[in-house]
Write a new protein. Structure first.
Length: 281
């Protein structure tokens, strides 16, 4: 004998699409990872233990933002970056990706645990807990004369190398050519996903070359001669994405500058903001 379906049973019947959504296991919506060697600040504090960190810097970082940031060590990211890193992350907040949750990573300290390195080839390792194919990885280092007690600004970073269309694994290694430096510095990385997401990840790894961080001395000025020599015409207005060599001249905001270090210009490296790259004429 067939029994009629009860009203209670009918009330819990779900449409097929909704039923699938409830039963289907959720998949991670984003990639996750950070630089593990040299270890990023978040990786260092995660390994020390968020509840009882050992170093003074990690203790201060936990006090500033709590422990959860270091349990979520692989999520220092922005979902909608899409390559607009300099537009959406303010100066002074580069290590924490501009997020309040990770503000402890941006503390201006001279005692962050740092790996001792030297100029020349350096193999770095990225720990990705959710690798994604065809990703782009950019690596930078702070300029000579950078002061670790000051906020980290975009203009403090010097480009090292970019690796495009990479297929990372759980632990991926690259070799960087490290320039000569003295004192403490930061290696900065950006992992930009390309396929299926605009998400990007950011890391700050502290390194120590030995010696002290000496400020870059101001250029020596001499009195002008009675008849000043003719000045070469500028090579045009300063623009992003252009390769400049030492001696090149460019104008920006009504002033003329001379390039003192070869580089390819990026947003945030305007001549007046990059004393290590440009000298005002």
């Amino acid at each position: 004998m067939r029994h009629p379906r009860s009203k209670a049973a009918a009330a819990i019947i779900l449409p097929p699409a909704t039923l699938l959504a409830v039963l289907a296991p959720s998949s991670p919506a984003s990639a996750h990872g950070t630089l593990s060697d040299p270890p990023s600040r978040v990786y260092v504090c995660k390994n020390e233990g968020p509840e009882n960190p050992k170093s003074d810097a990690c203790k201060a970082a936990v006090a500033a933002a709590g422990t959860q940031a270091f349990y979520d060590w692989n999520e220092v990211s922005l979902l909608d970056a899409g390559g607009r890193h300099r537009e959406i992350i303010p100066d002074g907040q580069l290590c924490g990706a501009g997020r309040a949750k990770y503000r402890g990573l941006d503390l201006r300290r001279t005692d962050w645990p740092a790996k001792r390195i030297a100029a020349g080839p350096l193999t770095v390792t990225y720990h990705a807990t959710a690798p994604h194919s065809r990703s782009n990885f950019e690596y930078y280092i702070t300029r000579q004369g950078w002061d670790p007690s000051q906020p980290l600004r975009w203009s403090d970073l010097v480009h090292l190398q970019t690796f495009n269309a990479q297929n990372p694994t759980t632990f991926t290694k690259w070799t960087l050519n490290i320039p000569a430096r003295t004192g403490r510095h930061v290696i900065y990385s950006i992992w930009q996903r390309v396929v299926g997401s605009q998400e990007a990840f950011y890391t700050c790894s502290d390194v120590d070359f030995g010696g002290a961080n000496e400020p870059t001395p101001p250029p020596t000025t001499t009195p002008p001669p009675s008849t000043p020599p003719s000045t070469p015409a500028p090579s045009g207005s300063w623009t992003t994405g252009k390769a400049y060599t030492a001696g090149d001249r460019a104008s920006h905001n009504g002033a003329t500058y001379e390039c003192v270090q070869a580089h390819t210009s990026l947003a945030g490296w305007e001549p007046e903001n990059a004393a290590s790259l440009w000298r005002k004429i």
